[in-house]
Design a protein around this ligand. Structure first.
Ligand SMILES: Cc1ncc(COP(=O)(O)O)c(C=O)c1O
Length: 399
């Protein structure tokens, strides 16, 4: 039996009550133009061919599906499989939508692509895609993240993008979005804001999801080829939600598959230091769309926190909010400590150093696997590699 979800979003960009375009009319006109251009270009054979060639010859797709045997044996329960998005060119899933967005910007004749970045993965992927396509790129990044994610900062500079340090507010991801958005508003006709996740006003949650859904399409095919059946559970970490929705999309209508998104519980859900938006948030508006938000009584976004810079965002993709309310996807959390434990365990049992973001999903898979039977399977999206986090973790754990 399958679950019928219907087409999402609707014409106005709503997933149930979430999403939309909560923006001034001038900007709405620009977003509608992007939507029209996207809908037009995505159906053309030329665009599909160009993207497919880049996936194969530039990104290195399909990314492998790997059975983490030693890790699974050690846990003694379900088998854990890793979708190796960490092996993509630039080291994470972000390149999947950056290529699409850069090609679209070029097609629309835009003169500059700009964006925010947290962990620097989206920034590196976008700077890479812009270098490839031949379009100017500007990335806004919080000062704290610049310090923490140094290798990615260096790469962005080498790739020729203009890196703008954000010194206001929390000096992390949310303020980087605000800063990049302000720059975008200076000339939305000629600039293209390449949002780094399935967030922002319509059509971005839809468009980024579509570009990311290759992850789940491949993983489903690969898992079926290797096992002749579907996995019991699919799982991914959730910041804005792009790697998660990328994996989930092809499994949403498969009733036998349990789907789990893992949010960052930081220093604990009973402290202010977390970014578990779906778990602890309330309905509100942020960056031009409606979603669950971590906000104060006045509706201002809270200064959220996670050890993983790519997860500390006080909003979340509207489709995830909808999937939570209809109880199709379960959203759980992993703390910083659980994340660090998974980071080291995966590194030392499989020789794979995960991104701190992805380690949240690995942490929950490790917990759940022990409660499941050895003939059951958990498929985890390993959204990125941990090179960017290696020095930070080594220093923190005094390795
Ligand atoms: C490796 C990696 N995974 C996950 C994320 C979180 O983003 P999203 O929830 O959009 O996949 C990031 C963000 O920077 C990332 O770099």
């Amino acid at each position: 039996m399958t679950i019928q979800l219907g087409p999402m979003p609707d014409e106005q960009g709503y997933f149930g009550e979430y999403g939309g375009q909560i923006i001034p009319p001038e900007l709405k006109a620009v977003m509608d133009e992007i939507d029209r251009a996207y809908e037009e270009i995505r159906k053309t054979e030329a665009f599909q061919k160009e993207l497919a060639e880049l996936h194969a010859d530039y990104v290195g797709r399909p990314s492998p599906l790997f059975e983490a045997r030693r890790l699974s044996d050690r846990l003694g329960g379900a088998r854990i499989w890793l979708k190796r998005e960490d092996l993509n060119h630039t080291g994470a899933h972000k390149i999947n939508h950056c290529l699409g967005e850069a090609l679209l910007a070029k097609h629309m004749g835009k003169t500059k692509v700009l964006a925010e970045t947290g962990a620097g993965q989206h920034g590196v992927a976008l700077a890479t895609a812009c270098a490839l396509v031949g379009i100017e790129c500007e990335i806004h990044m919080g000062e704290i993240d610049i310090e923490k994610e140094h290798p990615n900062v260096t790469k962005m500079k080498i790739l020729g993008c203009n890196l703008v340090p954000v010194t206001r507010g929390t000096r992390t991801l949310k303020d980087a979005v605000d800063s990049a958005f302000e720059e975008y508003l200076r000339d939305p006709q000629n600039f293209f804001y390449a949002i780094g996740s399935v967030v922002g006003p319509h059509p971005f949650p839809k468009m980024v999801r579509d570009f990311q859904s290759i992850v789940g399409r491949e993983a489903k095919r690969q898992f079926l080829e290797k096992n002749g059946r579907l996995p019991d559970v699919v799982m991914a970490c959730v910041g804005g939600g792009s790697n998660a929705i990328g994996l989930f999309t092809d499994f949403l209508e498969e009733e036998s598959v349990r789907i789990i998104g893992v949010e960052p519980a930081g220093r604990g859900l009973d402290t202010p230091d977390h970014a578990a938006t779906l778990t602890k948030g309330v309905k509100g508006t942020i960056h031009g769309f409606k979603c669950y938000n971590l906000q104060d009584e006045k509706g201002n976004p809270l200064a959220v926190y996670s050890i993983a810079s790519g997860l500390d965002y006080p909003g979340v993709g509207p489709q995830h909010c909808y999937l939570k309310d209809m109880e199709r996807v379960e959203y759980v959390t992993a703390t910083d400590d659980e994340c660090l434990d998974a980071f080291l365990t995966l590194s030392r049992t499989e020789g794979i150093i995960p991104a701190l973001e992805s380690a949240h999903a690995v942490a929950h898979a490790m917990k759940l696997a022990k409660e499941m039977a050895p003939e059951q399977h958990i498929l985890v999206n390993l959204s990125g590699r941990g090179d960017k986090d290696a020095d930070f973790v080594a220093e923190k754990l005094e390795l």
